[in-house]
Design a protein around this ligand. Structure first.
Ligand SMILES: Cc1cc2nc3c(=O)[nH]c(=O)nc-3n(C[C@H](O)[C@H](O)[C@H](O)COP(=O)(O)OP(=O)(O)OC[C@H]3O[C@@H](n4cnc5c(N)ncnc54)[C@H](O)[C@@H]3O)c2cc1C
Length: 462
C-alpha cells in the first residue's frame, strides 16, 4: 500500500488497537501506540483489559483476518499450547435447551481457544516488531489537539506516567481511538463543538464469574469446548474449555437477578443447576487453580458515528468504542478484526473523507454482530421489551432452526457458522436449509418457544 501520511497514533493497545496499528503501519511512515497500562513482557492479565480473566475465544471470521495480517501467528499459538477446534464433534453446544447435533469437519478451524492475555501477548510482540511502530505504555491519552478551526484533529494530548506526568502533545496525521467501550471520544468531540454520536443501547445486566481448573485426564472424553446457554425459565449458562498449559477456564453467566456467586460453594451450586451430570462431576472433581473473579456487562452499546453530519478529519474510532455487544456471543475480537479490514480498504483510497468511508465500511460486520446479539437478547426478554417485527420473525425462525439442529448436523453447523459471522443470517433462509428446517420440525410434534418462561431485564432499546 502506498504511504498516505507520516504519523498515525493509535490510542489503546488492546486487541482493536493492535489490529489498527498493524493496518496503519502500511499506510503511515510511523505508528505510535499509546497505552495507559504498564504492558507485561509475558502473557499476563492487566487492569485495562479486566475481561481478559474471563473466557475468550477467537472465531473463524476473526482468525482469518489475524492470519492474513500476521502470517504464522495462529500456528504459533497452537504450537504454544492453544487448543484448536478442527472437528465439530469436539464441541458440546446447548442453546435455548437444544443440544446441537455436531459431527462434521469445518472447512477451517472453528475456534482458537487462546486465553486473552496469551493472544494479546503474541499480537503485541508482532506489532512491536513492525518497522516504524512504537508502543508506549504507561501513557494516557487525555484529549485531542486540533487545528485552529477545529475541523481537523492534529494530534493527541498525553500524560506519560513514567516521566512524571507533564502533559505533552503527539502530532499525528491520523488519531485512531481504540480505547474501548469507555473511550472518551464522544465527550472530547462535545468539548470541540461537535455532536456526540447517537447511541443505541440494550440493557442486559449480565454478570460473569470465572476461574481456571485442572481437569482430570479424559474427564470430558474428546470434547474440548462446552457451552450451555440460557433456557426458558433459567437465564443462566456457562462455557468450559481448555486453554494453554493444560488449564481449563470455566465462565458462568447470569442475567439480571440470576447472577453467579463468587464464593466457591455458591459457584459450584450454580454450576450444578445448569450442567449435565457428567460435566458437573468433572468440574466438581477438578482442581481449582485460582480465585473466582467477576465482571459485569450492563448493556449492548453501539455508537452510530456513521450518522454524524460533522466529524473532524484526522480521527477514527475503532473496536468496542463503536460497538460493544454482549460477550456471551464471543464476537468482539472478530468484529474488531473485520473493522481492521474495513480500515485497510478505506486507507487505500487516501486520507480524504477517510472517516466517512471507514465508518460506512465498518458498519457491515457491526450490523451482523449487533443483529445477532440484540436479536438473541430480545428473545430472552420474552415480550417484556418491544420487539420489532423483523426481530420477532427472525427469533421464531431461529427457534425452528435450533429444533432441526438437534438432529440435523448440517443445519447445526450452518447455524454455528452464522453465529460465528462467517455468513450473514440470510444463509439460514436458503431453500436447501429452509427445507431441512421444515422437515426437522415436522418430525417434532411440539416446539417450545425460546424464552417461554424467561424474565430477563432487557430494556432501553432506542
Ligand atoms: C467478559 C467478556 C468476555 C469476552 N469474550 C469474548 C470472546 O470470547 N471473544 C471475542 O471475540 N470477544 C470477547 N469479548 C469482547 C472483547 O474483549 C473486546 O471486544 C475486544 O477486546 C476489543 O476491545 P477493544 O480493544 O476495543 O477495547 P479494550 O479491550 O477495552 O482495550 C482498550 C485498551 O485501551 C487502553 N486505554 C483505555 N483508555 C486509555 C487512555 N485514555 N489512554 C491510553 N490507553 C487507554 C486500555 O488499557 C486497553 O488496553 C469479551 C468481553 C468481555 C467483557
Amino acid at each position: 500500500m502506498r504511504k498516505i501520511g507520516d504519523h498515525a497514533v493509535v490510542l489503546g493497545a488492546g486487541m482493536a488497537g493492535l489490529l489498527a496499528a498493524r493496518v496503519a503501519a502500511d499506510a503511515y511512515e510511523r505508528v505510535t501506540v499509546v497505552e495507559r497500562d504498564p504492558l507485561p513482557q509475558t502473557a499476563q492479565n492487566r487492569r485495562g483489559v479486566s475481561q481478559g480473566r474471563h473466557a475468550h475465544i477467537l472465531l473463524p471470521s476473526g482468525a482469518r483476518v489475524i492470519s492474513e495480517l500476521f502470517p504464522g501467528l495462529l500456528a504459533d499459538l497452537e504450537t504454544g499450547g492453544t487448543p484448536v477446534i478442527r472437528d465439530f464433534s469436539e464441541l458440546r453446544f446447548s442453546l435455548a435447551g437444544r443440544l446441537l447435533c455436531l459431527r462434521g469437519r469445518p472447512a477451517e478451524p472453528f475456534i482458537y481457544q487462546a486465553s486473552r492475555p496469551y493472544l494479546e501477548h503474541h499480537l503485541r510482540a508482532r506489532v512491536r516488531a513492525l518497522p516504524g511502530v512504537e508502543i508506549v505504555d504507561r501513557c494516557e491519552a487525555v484529549g485531542f489537539a486540533t487545528s485552529a478551526t477545529r475541523d481537523r484533529v492534529t494530534g493527541v494530548r498525553i500524560l506519560r506516567r513514567a516521566a512524571g506526568g507533564a502533559e505533552e502533545t503527539l502530532d499525528a496525521d491520523l488519531v485512531l481511538d481504540a480505547t474501548g467501550r469507555s473511550g472518551r471520544t464522544p465527550a472530547w468531540l462535545a468539548t470541540l463543538g461537535y455532536d456526540q454520536p447517537p447511541e443505541e443501547r440494550l440493557a442486559v445486566q449480565v454478570k460473569y464469574a470465572s476461574r481456571h481448573l485442572r481437569m482430570g485426564p479424559g474427564a470430558l472424553g474428546g470434547e474440548k469446548f462446552l457451552a450451555i446457554g440460557a433456557v426458558p425459565g433459567r437465564p443462566t449458562g456457562f462455557v468450559l474449555f481448555g486453554q494453554e498449559e493444560d488449564r481449563w477456564i470455566l465462565t458462568l453467566v447470569g442475567y439480571d437477578r440470576h447472577h453467579p456467586p463468587t464464593d466457591p460453594e455458591g459457584f459450584l451450586v450454580f454450576v450444578e443447576t445448569i450442567a449435565p451430570p457428567d460435566v458437573f462431576a468433572a468440574i466438581r472433581d477438578a482442581e481449582p487453580l485460582d480465585d473466582i473473579v467477576a465482571n459485569r456487562f450492563p448493556a449492548n452499546l453501539r455508537r452510530r458515528y456513521e450518522r454524524l453530519r460533522r466529524f473532524p478529519a484526522g480521527l477514527l474510532v475503532f473496536g468496542d468504542g463503536i460497538c460493544s455487544s454482549n460477550p456471551a456471543y464471543a464476537l468482539g475480537m472478530s468484529v474488531a478484526a473485520l473493522q481492521a479490514i474495513a480500515l485497510r480498504d478505506s486507507l487505500t483510497r487516501g486520507d480524504r473523507n477517510l472517516a466517512g468511508r471507514f465508518f460506512r465500511a465498518a458498519r457491515k460486520p457491526i450490523d451482523m454482530a449487533w443483529q445477532l446479539t440484540v436479536g438473541s437478547d430480545l428473545a430472552l426478554s420474552q415480550g417484556r421489551e418491544p420487539r420489532p417485527l423483523p426481530v420477532r420473525v427472525m427469533n421464531a425462525y431461529v427457534n425452528r432452526v435450533l429444533t432441526a439442529a438437534e438432529r440435523d448436523s448440517t443445519v447445526a453447523e450452518q447455524f454455528l457458522e452464522v453465529a460465528a459471522l462467517q455468513h450473514t443470517a440470510t444463509r439460514l433462509f436458503r431453500p436447501s436449509t429452509a427445507l431441512r428446517v421444515l422437515l426437522g420440525n415436522l418430525r417434532r410434534s411440539r416446539v417450545p418457544a425460546i424464552g417461554a418462561a424467561t424474565r430477563v431485564a432487557v430494556r432501553d432499546i432506542r
